[in-house]
Design a protein around this ligand. Sequence first.
Ligand code: KG4
Ligand code: ZN
Length: 336
Amino acid sequence: MKDTIILAIETSCDETAVAIIKNGKEVLANVVSTQIPTHQKFGGVVPEVASRKHLEMMNIVVSEALNKANLNFDDLTHIAVTYGPGLVGALLVGVSCAKALAFASDKPLIGVNHIEGHVYANFLVHKEINLPVICLIVSGGHTNIVKIVEHGKYEFIGQTRDDAAGEAFDKVARSLGLAYPGGPEIQKRAELGCKDAIDFPRSWLEAGSYDFSFSGLKSAVLNYLNQCKMKDIEINTENVAASFQSAVIEVLITKTINAALESEIDTILLAGGVSANSALREEMTLKAKEKGIKVLYPQIEFCTDNAAMIGAAAHYKAIRKEYADLDLNANPNLKF
Ligand code: KG4
Ligand code: ZN
């Protein structure tokens, strides 16, 4: 197959992102215009505001990506876009833009699942990944363990039954009075605290289950904070952050390694915003190494939302000629 040069668009949440990716690996441009400062005032993403901000930035970010790559539309081979899951209004901005570009430039359109994009951030940055692998996907909306059997073929091993890992980080951060998004804030505080200070519960569920549950842990943290306030005990934010983070990552690490051992797979990939967490990356690497398992993850900029990962996933779809029609619609509840 000849080279692919894919312009990819990602607008599922609060980042307006456009990237240009050559052959699934070479990042010719990667532009991310973040709305985080706007949403911080509200303590979380306001969907209507997100859509309007995407609309303001969409064309600007597309032009910037083309300028950075020193390319024009004729040089592109495909247009790719995240069409779900995410905020419907936000997704629609990217999907409409991608359809217009594909129609006007007569290029094939590729629809990408946002979660699959997170997984492919690994294929973007690592030279060679021998399949099958086990992938832990941890983002603001998802927590899954999947086996990647071959490109585009997945076996679902475990998922969260309530809150996603990132959601738990964000909610606990909020109750500690920390800024949105909570994950990086918790990580910063946790680095200064003692992870054994408070014995928060680990939710293992039934023996042998690879599912997760984080709502009980979130409630335990809230109860602890309320108790402290009632008894007029000073809250040590660093210790709460460290103990909470440790409870989340212990379960993530143990279940992911067990899934790899049971499937006799020697490589684990980490994907999604929470995989930017340094404690998760370091402890997973150490614990997996003891079992002879290698752990791979992308650089931080490709863990959180970006369009480069969408361009990488689209490359493998282009090889399979998995094209979308121009009636492609945003699907906020798209399953992975
Ligand atoms: O993948 P992502 O950027 O967006 C979604 O698809 O949801 O993930 C965002 C989530 C947020 O919940 C954020 O708090 C969390 O990833 N996150 C982190 C860290 N950086 C981002 N969680 C823990 N530690 C981090 N360093
Ligand atoms: Zn994401």
